[in-house]
Design a protein around this ligand. Structure first.
Ligand code: 6R9
Length: 655
């Protein structure tokens, strides 16, 4: 295999294999181009047809797209539906006994639920919520471990028209408090415990702590699912056990029909300021995005066993655990634990045991498993796999190649899916029976997604030049606003600087001469070194291409002469080097990067750690690395860090 010369010089191309093309939902490149052109010709007509074909409407819509309040777009806005009906009831006539969820607990215990079971459980719980006085338009916080119950809780909210806001179980009581008060939630659904990697996290005590912080008078009820022993005192009448709540409830529940634009959920995500943004999604448009991407990108087939490893606390867990797979009637795996417990073969064992066909995970998970070598996946039978997916950050070509060859045995397309909390569903991603893959590129925009790259003034840049990634025309699954802050929505995503017209994603990207998109990283992750623009990702890719390196993160630090200097935090495949050894490795890696990209990209400083500081969803916390790189004390909130101890190691420059 040729060595890598930075991602933009990546020349490997993998056309879809014939067998895959034959069976694909979108088969052959012409089919893709036709569909894309159809959307370009008449965008409303394109989505109109899909919305009628793929959603079951209680009251069909007559209007497709209303742009009169730009950028607060409305889709299908005189239609009525219920999202939970579209995920459950629609399958009762055709496949009630099909397994909807295979749940594997941290300790390996497996339980399943059919569509009929799931429907009953959602109805019962929805009735329980109603008995607490919760109704349409109320906000409900969900703070749960990965479980069938977490999916039930979300679906039950959707069923009664309550707007859920899931808070990831790894967030601290303080973050939870912030979200409860911002949402003005009437209830919190939680569990006594969360089990991950053999460790227990006491969710209910965090809820108690959050509710004791004040300003949470809107919260009338706390529902507690008993995941562990349930050894805790309920605060009656506020708190109620889940099993007590549903005990006498009927297992049928007429769905609340809501307007297409009714807020299905808000999900908090971090922005450039400290205050998290409550990204608000619609019902119909959001659902349509989830369904179409299941069909186009995951090439969904009724025989699939789908597994998205994301937690429901993130948008990926919303669209590709709770809503997308159920709306299309899939069998899916839901996993409570972590990839490395009880050992680093856990993911591969799950794929083997449940005969997973479609596996969707994050590059950071892949890279951390690469560390354990190719022998490990080789010990498991992964022959059920037919499609692999990646999400959350750019996947460097070397990790892509490992995923493709070692996990997928060069048989399975790798779909690198670029999208965001704000976009609700995939935006730029291969339709795998149509599009040739290039390692490290999320390839081409989906039909109906008018993605482009522009400069600071909002003008198109020539291919190969790079700039801001924007989406020029509205699409159904996009966020409608920020909860309680429409001004911030407008300012952040439709800034005046770009003429206010386009959705600004906040990522920089490059489009190559074949029209393929290469995401370079967040706008704030772009370094300007001696007047040269460098994506941190580009340097990371080069580092990871070295046989010595398992993982790397690159940040900038201010430099008097160059503007910015490059600091690389590196995890080696071998042990963390000390003394002379460390010094020699630094020189070797600096020269390596210089050879890969050019002397301009040579890191000014390299530090070694056993790991990188990551959130529990697997994102590297670059802002912490930037603080460390500057030699400053960390004052930021580190409560979302998986491994806070690593910061001490990374403080130390190599002497
Ligand atoms: C789905 C999700 C969004 C940000 C996004 C970008 C990065 C996500 C990516 C990717 C390159 C991909 N990102 N997928 N970058 N290639 N395939 O992760 O949503 O948590 O809101 O993060 O993640 O920087 O702007 P979210």
């Amino acid at each position: 295999m040729s060595t890598l010369k930075s991602i933009l010089h990546e020349t490997r191309v993998f056309p879809p294999n014939e067998k895959f093309v034959k069976q694909a939902n979108l088969s052959g490149i012409q089919a893709y181009h036709n569909l894309y052109a159809e959307a370009e010709r008449d965008l409303p007509a394109f989505w109109d047809k899909l919305a009628r074909e793929n959603i079951i409407w209680h009251k069909p819509f007559t209007r497709v797209l209303d742009e009169s309040h730009h950028p607060f777009f409305r889709w299908f806005d005189d239609g009525e539906l219920n999202v939970s009906f579209n995920c459950l009831d629609r399958h009762l006539a055709t496949q009630p006994d099909k397994i909807a969820i295979i749940f594997e607990a941290d300790d390996g215990k497996v339980t399943t639920a059919t569509y009929r079971d799931l429907h009953k459980r959602v109805c019962q719980f929805a009735n329980g919520l109603k008995s607490l006085g919760i109704s349409k338009g109320d906000r409900v916080i969900i703070y749960m471990p990965m479980s069938i119950e977490a999916v039930v809780a979300m679906q039950a909210c959707a069923r009664i028209g309550a707007t859920h806001s899931v808070v990831f179980g790894g967030f601290s009581a303080k973050s939870l408090h912030e979200r409860i008060t911002d949402a003005g939630a009437v209830a919190v659904i939680t569990a006594d415990e969360q089990h991950r990697g053999g460790k227990i996290n006491h969710l209910k005590s965090a809820v108690d702590e959050a509710l004791a912080m004040g300003g949470t008078g809107s919260v009338k009820s706390v529902v507690v699912y008993k995941r562990g022993q349930g050894n805790l005192a309920l605060q009656v009448p506020r708190d109620v056990w889940w099993h007590e709540l549903i005990k006498d409830q009927s297992d049928s529940c007429e769905p609340e029909w809501v307007n297409a634009e009714h807020p299905l959920f808000t999900l908090y995500t971090s922005g450039s300021t400290g205050k998290p943004k409550g990204v608000q999604h619609s019902s119909a448009g959001y659902l349509l995005g989830a369904i179409m991407s299941m069909q186009w990108v995951f090439d969904y087939k009724p025989t699939d066993v789908f597994w998205c490893t994301a937690d429901v606390g993130w948008v990926t867990g919303h669209s590709y655990v709770t809503y997308g797979p159920l709306a299309v009637g899939a069998t899916q795996v839901v996993f409570e634990g972590v990839p490395t417990f009880p050992d680093a073969g856990r993911f591969w064992k799950l794929i083997q045991d449940h005969k997973v066909t479609t596996f969707y995970t994050a590059p950071t998970a892949i890279r951390s498993l690469i560390k354990f070598g190719a022998d490990l996946p080789g010990k498991y039978d992964l022959s059920s796999l037919r499609l692999l997916g990646s999400v959350g950050e750019p996947i460097n070509p070397e990790a892509w190649m490992w995923y493709y060859t070692v996990v997928g045995k060069s048989r399975c397309p790798v779909v690198d899916t670029w999208w965001q909390t704000e976009t609700g569903s995939h935006m730029i991603a291969p339709t795998p029976g149509a599009i040739s893959l290039k390692p490290g590129s999320c390839t081409l925009p989906l039909p109906g997604i008018m993605a482009a790259i522009v400069d600071e003034a909002g003008h198109d840049v020539p291919d190969g030049k790079g700039g801001f990634l924007v989406i020029k025309r509205p699409f159904p699954s996009q966020a409608r606003t920020l909860w309680g802050d429409p001004e911030r929505f407008k300012k952040t995503y439709f800034p005046d600087e770009l003429g206010g017209k386009y959705y600004l994603a906040g990522d920089s990207a490059n489009r190559d001469l074949d029209g393929y998109f290469w995401i370079m990283g967040r706008i704030d992750d772009v370094l300007n070194v001696s007047g040269h623009r460098l994506g941190t990702m580009e340097i990371e890719s080069a580092l990871v291409a070295s046989p010595l390196v398992a993982e790397a993160a690159v940040v900038g630090k201010p430099d008097e002469i160059k503007g910015e200097a490059i600091v690389a935090f590196v995890v080696l495949k071998g042990a963390r080097p000390q003394g002379e050894d460390a010094h020699a490795t630094v020189i070797e890696l600096r020269n390596w990067v210089s050879g890969e990209i050019g002397p301009i990209a040579r890191p000014d400083e390299i530090r070694f750690g056993d790991n990188l500081p990551k959130t529990r969803s697997g994102k590297i916390m670059r802002r912490l690395l930037r603080t460390l790189a500057r030699g400053e004390e960390i004052t930021q909130d580190v409560s979302t860090l998986e491994n806070p101890a690593i910061l001490e190691q990374l403080k130390q420059p190599v002497a």
